[in-house]
Design a protein around this ligand. Structure first.
Ligand SMILES: *Cc1c(COP(=O)(O)O)cnc(C)c1O
Length: 380
């Protein structure tokens, strides 16, 4: 089946008892056992729930993996993946990963004895040089947040394999519609399903998919042992959201092209960061490993222009954290998502005060462009 068909007919698309085409919400916490000491398919909803299982099967199919696992948030999914490892294990981590992932690493995982080296994933030589005797995995995102840097997934997975370490990719920004890390050599994919997968800014969820049976068995054990599972109502809502991923992405891309074109031409915008632009340093790699370049765009206002004044003046585009929803969301990384990073380090990492991140939604592009224009017109 092609991807857009799989979105709709994947998972357990038909309920075996009633034929319902929408997977029912099984709210039961426990399941009747007909035989004492048998091995029932369903026994307890933390261990396995039919609604969650349909979503997990769907996500495994979409990413081209063996098994999927649904969690209460993207952060819980990432935590479960790191729980595969033990004190003394070392990871090479991308320098531009999600802020919450850095917080998890620095404030939680380090206390449990996991070790980390942070590296620019665009620099393959640096990635290889950071691998130590106790390295177990390379952990990265591409495109990154908020600079939309691109890492060469196939090249990194090849380095990882040569050193017998795993490759773990946070595929939140690209979604399996645009990028399939497992097919490029990665071993584990994680998602904040809160973003594009659900797509409607109305739930928080996380997904892990792997194509390695041993890792899948361990993840099933950890999901059940740690217990940060996604409930049946949210599992159903997420699967419903995923059904329209293809339709949504096509409009996201169409709108993004119009918005990028407008921003590129406006003299008050100093620089547009979008992997779809030939001027983007990661453009060629993105073109090779992604179906399309996504709908996240960052741009810098000319030096001295106020990002605060601009974003506060917008009327259609919502000033808010998060991304990947049907509504356009805008934020200023220096103040919001990356505000906890000291200004000097932030500037070193290329996150200027004038940098703005835009998640282009599904509104009429004329309204988005008119809103951006009126916001820019107010700057002086
Ligand atoms: C939002 C996000 C996360 C965290 O996911 P939650 O669902 O908010 O816990 C992880 N990675 C990326 C790239 C994200 O954008």
């Amino acid at each position: 089946m092609k991807f857009n068909t799989l979105l709709i007919h994947g998972g357990n698309s038909e309920d075996p008892t009633t034929g319902a085409v929408s997977t029912p919400i099984y709210r039961s916490s426990t399941f009747h056992q007909h035989v004492l000491g048998g091995e029932p398919k369903w026994e307890y909803s933390r261990t396995g729930n039919p609604t969650r299982a349909s979503l997990e099967k769907l996500m495994a199919e979409l990413e081209g993996g063996l098994a999927g696992f649904a969690f209460a948030s993207g952060s819980a999914a990432i935590h479960a993946v790191f729980s595969l490892y033990s004190a003394g294990d070392h990871f090479v981590v991308g320098s531009d990963v999600y802020g919450g992932t850095f917080r998890l690493i620095n404030k939680v995982l380090k206390r449990f004895g996991l070790e980390f080296t942070v590296v620019d994933m665009q620099d393959l030589a640096a990635v290889e040089a950071a691998i130590q005797d106790n390295t177990v995995a390379i952990y990265l995102e591409t495109p990154t947040n908020p600079l939309l840097q691109i890492a060469d997934l196939a090249a990194i997975a090849k380095i990882a394999k040569a050193h017998r370490v795993k490759t773990i990719v946070d595929n939140t920004f690209a979604t399996p519609y645009n990028q399939k890390p497992l097919q490029l050599g990665a071993d584990i994919v994680v998602h904040s399903a809160t973003k594009y997968l659900n797509g409607h800014s109305d739930l928080v969820a996380g997904i892990v998919v792997t194509n390695d049976q041993e890792i899948a068995d361990q993840l099933a054990f950890l999901q059940n042992s740690i217990g940060s599972t996604l409930g049946p109502d949210d599992s159903w809502l997420l699967q419903r959201g995923i059904k329209t991923l293809g339709a949504r992405m096509r409009v996201h891309h169409e709108n993004t092209a119009a918005v990028v074109d407008f921003l590129e031409k406006d003299p008050r915008v100093a620089r547009v960061l979008y992997p779809g632009l030939a001027s983007h340093p990661g453009h060629e790699i993105a073109a090779k490993q992604m179906k399309h370049f996504g709908a996240m765009v960052s741009f810098e206002l000319q030096e001295g222009l106020s990002a605060k004044q601009f974003v506060e003046s917008l009327k259609v585009i919502d000033l808010a954290e998060s991304l990947g929803g049907i509504e356009s969301l805008i934020e200023v990384p220096a103040v919001m998502t990356h505000g906890s990073i000291p200004r000097e380090i932030r500037l070193q990492n290329g996150i200027k005060d004038e940098l703005i991140r835009l998640s282009v939604g599904l509104e009429d592009p004329d309204d988005l462009i008119a809103d951006l224009k009126q916001g820019l017109d107010q700057l002086n």
